[in-house]
Design a protein around this ligand. Structure first.
Ligand code: SF4
Length: 277
């Protein structure tokens, strides 16, 4: 949306962490490989687009590598704007480095906030806490680095949980959020655990998009769960002061595009609410 036209680059493969729900590390059989910074910089120099989406599962992993990346960008005078994936704990532990990266073009970070419930973060083996997530959000906000927050919604969420999550996101002024119902993807540690409870068949590939409900909600109907997801989403993103700030930062055209995009998603959710599956 705000990174167009955008070129993609992959500088590492796999992820060294071991989050219970995540398929990323399964693809490389638990192994992590990182390209040499020199090699990455050579590729970057050959890309004409200014907007660069680094599609590593976690670009902000090795602080020394990020330091070397920033140094090489400066040395070669590369002027790009970056969107990356990163973990909240890295951002909290490397605030100074983030500032330097911001000065060299870092625009936005996609962060797996995952949950505000400690039990969920422990169950997911995320290795972060609610406090770390809060600090991370504050740091990114203070540096005007856009945060795209992703959260997993377990199927035992009650209306009260949705309410608390929405209030927390609003209080921290999160502007972009992706709320994904917990999906036990094949290959992950939670797949076998949830296998008897799965509502969708393996061969229905289009339903494994982490936007469909794959498990039965505990405290409400499927329609109600979708409705709660949609309501929380709109309560977080559609705040007049956020809209005004986004128009100021990105212009009216980009925001209209975003609204059109989100209304398509909303339409899909309304259909799901209607169908109840
Ligand atoms: S959720 Fe993120 S940090 Fe955890 S294993 Fe997946 S890519 Fe790595």
């Amino acid at each position: 949306m705000f990174h167009k036209p955008c070129a993609l680059i992959k500088t590492s493969f796999g992820c060294p962490y071991n989050c219970q729900f995540c398929f990323c590390r399964e693809i490389t059989d638990g192994k992590y490989f990182a390209r040499a910074v020199e090699d990455v910089i050579n590729e970057l120099e050959a890309i004409k687009e200014e907007e660069i989406y680094i599609v590593d599962d976690d670009f902000l992993y090795d602080a020394d590598r990020v330091v070397a990346f920033i140094a090489a960008i400066r040395e070669r005078n590369i002027k790009k704007r970056f969107l990356v994936y990163g973990r909240a704990d890295f951002i909290v532990e490397n605030e100074g480095l983030l500032k330097e990266f911001k000065d060299c073009g870092l625009q936005a970070v996609i962060v797996g906030i995952e949950s505000i419930r400690s039990k969920d973060l422990d169950d997911y083996r995320k290795g972060t806490t609610k406090q770390i997530n809060e600090k991370c959000i504050e740091i990114l906000k203070s540096m005007d680095i856009e945060l795209y927050a992703t959260l997993i919604i377990p199927l035992d969420f009650s209306k009260k949980d949705f309410k608390e999550l929405t209030a927390w996101l609003k209080a921290l002024e999160v502007r972009f959020v992706n709320l994904q119902p917990l999906t036990p993807l094949p290959g992950t540690d939670i797949f076998d655990m949830y296998l008897p409870e799965l509502l969708i068949r393996r061969e229905d590939y289009h339903l494994w998009d982490m936007a469909h409900i794959a498990l039965k909600p505990k405290h409400m109907s499927i329609s109600e769960f979708y409705l709660q997801l949609l309501t929380s989403y709109y309560k977080v993103i559609m705040r007049p002061k956020h809209m005004a700030a986004l128009i100021k930062k990105y212009g009216i055209r980009a925001n209209i595009k975003m609204l059109i995009g989100s209304s398509f998603v909303s339409w899909q959710y309304l259909q799901k609410i209607w169908r109840g599956k």
